[in-house]
Design a protein around this ligand. Sequence first.
Ligand code: AMP
Length: 191
Amino acid sequence: MKNIVIFGAPGSGKGTYSDEIVSRYGMEHISTGDVLRGEIKNGTELGKVAKGYIDNGQLIPDELMIDILAKTYDALPQGKGVIFDGFPRTIAQAEALKNMLAERKHDMGMMVELVVDEETLMARLLNRALEQGRADDNEETIKKRFEVYRNQTAPLAEWFEKEGLRHVFTWKGSKDLMLAEIFEAIDAENK
Ligand code: AMP
C-alpha cells in the first residue's frame, strides 16, 4: 500500500477516517497527537514540554516533532503503508517528511484532505470534549487551534498540490459518502 497523509483542520475527522482506512487496508497509523498525549500520560520529559504547547493550542516546534516522527516511523513494521495523521502541519515538516522517506527509498504516496466548515468543526469538537474530555477541546483553545491551522497548516495544501499528491474531500453531511469517495481514491492510487 502507498503511504497516506491525512490532512485537515482539528475536528475534520482525521482520526475517525484513519481508523476506517486501517480496518479496510490493514495499514499502520501514526497520529502525532496520540503520540504526544501518550508521552504526557506517561509523565516523560517530552510529555512535559509538549503539554505546554498543546494546552495553549500551539504547535510543538518543528525540530522536536520531526525527530519524534522519524523515531515512530522507524519503529513500525515496513511494507504495509503508513497513514500520517496530524503530520505534517508546517511546510518545514512536509519537507522533512519527504526527505526522511526519500532517504529510506519510500515516498509520501498520496494526501487525503478533509474539508469541513468551521461551524461543524466547532460543534464536533465541543461534543468530543463531553465524550473524551481532551484538555485542548475547550472553546478558547479550539479557536486558537483553528487560527494556527489557518495560518501555519492550511497553506500546506498548496505544497501537496504542487507535489501532485492532493485529493480533496468536502463534507456534505454523510460519513458514509465521504468514506466511499476516500476508498475509491485510495483504490485508484493502489491499482
Ligand atoms: P491532534 O491530536 O492532531 O489534534 O494534535 C493535538 C495537539 O498536538 C496539537 O494542537 C499540537 O499542539 C500538537 N501536535 C500534534 N501534531 C503536531 C505536529 N505535527 N506539529 C506540531 N504540533 C503537533
